[in-house]
Design a protein around this ligand. Structure first.
Ligand SMILES: Cc1cc2nc3c(=O)[nH]c(=O)nc-3n(C[C@H](O)[C@H](O)[C@H](O)COP(=O)(O)O)c2cc1C
Length: 279
């Protein structure tokens, strides 16, 4: 592998953690990397310009959290905006909060293939469920852990090995279609539905207009006027709710109710293994 491109979205940090593990593993092998955090306000055009010339010796790693069974809009929009490449290898990876990893990997893999990328590996990595920050025992607590990191590093080694073997065939997309058939079909319907947002109101008594919500939003979806106003870019990551120092952003569904729903989903789906490498 000559050059690796790593792009990810990570409002709560777990997908970013996996991206850094990948970056470290590549750098240890002296592979040059370009890293793009879609939530850091970086201009993506230099990254995309370099990616335009990517070929079979390069590799694109794309990371997304799983939200309601699918990949998040900033990641899918980024892939949709990519130029068509000539058979450049790609590795989608997701972090999921232990409820269900849905069809996010398949969805990302499909979109990447449509842009001319060939799949050479993938990973789903268990992470702490970012909606449970107020719980004593959040689902996925402590993840990604050292063993998750080890599995991610082994994926990087396998991808490098595979790319150095001229006869190696790309991974079929169907390998990423691992949910039970009826459930997978249901999740796929979500890809064509409008993105769900839980409405949020501002508690005017509590809000001090400090601007934290505007600063921490990974997608520029919040502006102060004079209190927080949300625009259509919001994809419901809840970072503003989590980080508001006054708990002034109030979702229409209470956090207690959401936590109860998440725990129910964990019980019903019981998805295993928690972290899995596809190769
Ligand atoms: C709106 C929303 C929906 C989520 N839906 C799911 C889900 O369907 N299944 C799941 O296992 N985790 C779900 N999660 C948890 C995240 O996938 C998990 O915490 C992920 O690691 C967050 O990535 P980040 O830390 O990089 O932001 C959801 C989180 C949010 C905010």
């Amino acid at each position: 592998m000559k050059t690796a491109f790593i792009v990810y979205c990570s409002p709560a940090g777990s997908t970013g953690h996996v991206a850094r593990v990948i970056a470290d593993a590549l750098e240890e092998r002296s592979i040059s990397i370009h890293l793009l955090d879609l939530g850091a306000g970086q201009d993506p055009s230099p990254f995309i310009a370099l990616l335009k010339t990517a070929d079979a010796d390069d590799c694109l790693f794309v990371g997304s959290p799983v939200y309601r069974d699918v990949a998040v809009p900033p990641v899918m929009k980024f892939v949709a905006g990519l130029p068509v490449v000539n058979n450049c290898p790609a590795v989608p990876f997701v972090t999921w909060g232990g409820a269900i990893s849905g069809i996010a990997l398949w969805q990302m893999g499909k979109a990447l293939q449509e842009k001319g990328f060939s799949l050479v590996g993938a990973a789903k990595v268990l992470a702490v469920h970012c909606m449970m920050w107020q719980s004593d025992h959040p689902v996925g607590q402590g993840h990604p852990d050292a063993d998750d990191d080890r599995q991610v590093r082994s994926l990087v080694s396998m991808v490098i090995e595979r790319m150095s073997t001229s006869t190696a065939k790309p991974m079929p997309l169907s390998d990423l279609d691992y949910q039970p058939e009826a459930m997978g079909a249901d999740f796929k319907k979500k890809m064509d539905q409008p993105w769900m947002i839980i409405p949020k109101t501002i508690d005017g008594e509590r809000c001090t207009q400090c601007g934290t919500c505007e600063t921490v939003c990974p997608i520029g979806a919040v502006a102060l006027d004079p209190g927080p106003i949300f625009n259509a870019r919001c994809f419901d990551c809840f970072k503003c709710v989590r980080e508001c120092p006054e708990d002034a952003i109030v979702p229409a569904v209470s956090l207690e109710k959401m936590v109860a729903m998440i725990r129910k989903r964990v019980e019903v789906f019981d998805e295993r293994p928690p972290t899995r490498i596809f190769f």
